[in-house]
Design a protein. Structure first.
Length: 165
């Protein structure tokens, strides 16, 4: 299963780890399907580290899961922050996931087993390159809007067929 984030800088296509992180992916996909992320700003951009979004208020202080409360981490030893384009839930401590997520600009092993890795970028690295170049203020807020305009969910009929067998 994959999704494409259509941003004002271009598309970011993400392959999801639905089997390893079922609850996180259920939350993310339901939010995508409901239009929750449409219009969300990337409110935090730290060159060489990551870009963060998922708060409709645009402040970085909001966001909500489909259950209306925080939900538990799905930390997996095999899912690491070992390259550019890793997609993880943002949190404010253990088991505090809601709707915010980030995409890494490089490998960051210090994040492993602290943030749920639920996907990775499979297309749109040139878009990520352009987003990383956007100037920010002292609080890492982009000086130019970087926005998710819409999200497309892509089903994988081969994987779906195998899952039903």
């Amino acid at each position: 299963m994959s999704v494409t984030l259509h941003t004002n800088f271009g598309d970011l296509k993400i392959e999801l780890h639905c089997e390893a992180c079922p609850k996180t992916c259920e939350n993310f996909l339901a939010l995508c399907a409901s239009g929750y992320y449409d219009g969300c700003l990337f409110h935090r951009n730290i060159k060489g580290f990551m870009i963060q979004t998922g708060d409709p208020s645009g402040t970085g202080k909001g966001g909500q899961s489909i259950w209306g409360q925080e939900f538990e981490d799905e930390l997996r030893e095999e899912l690491k922050h070992n390259c550019r384009g890793i997609v993880s839930m943002a949190n404010k401590g253990p088991n505090t996931n809601t709707s915010q997520f980030f995409i890494t600009y490089s490998s960051h092993p210090s994040l492993d087993l602290k943030y749920t890795v639920f996907g990775h970028l499979i297309d749109g690295f040139e878009t990520l390159d352009e987003i990383e170049k956007v100037s920010v203020n002292e609080k890492h807020r982009p000086l130019q809007d970087i926005k998710i305009q819409s999200v497309t969910i892509h089903a994988n009929p081969i994987a779906d067929k195998c899952a039903k067998s």
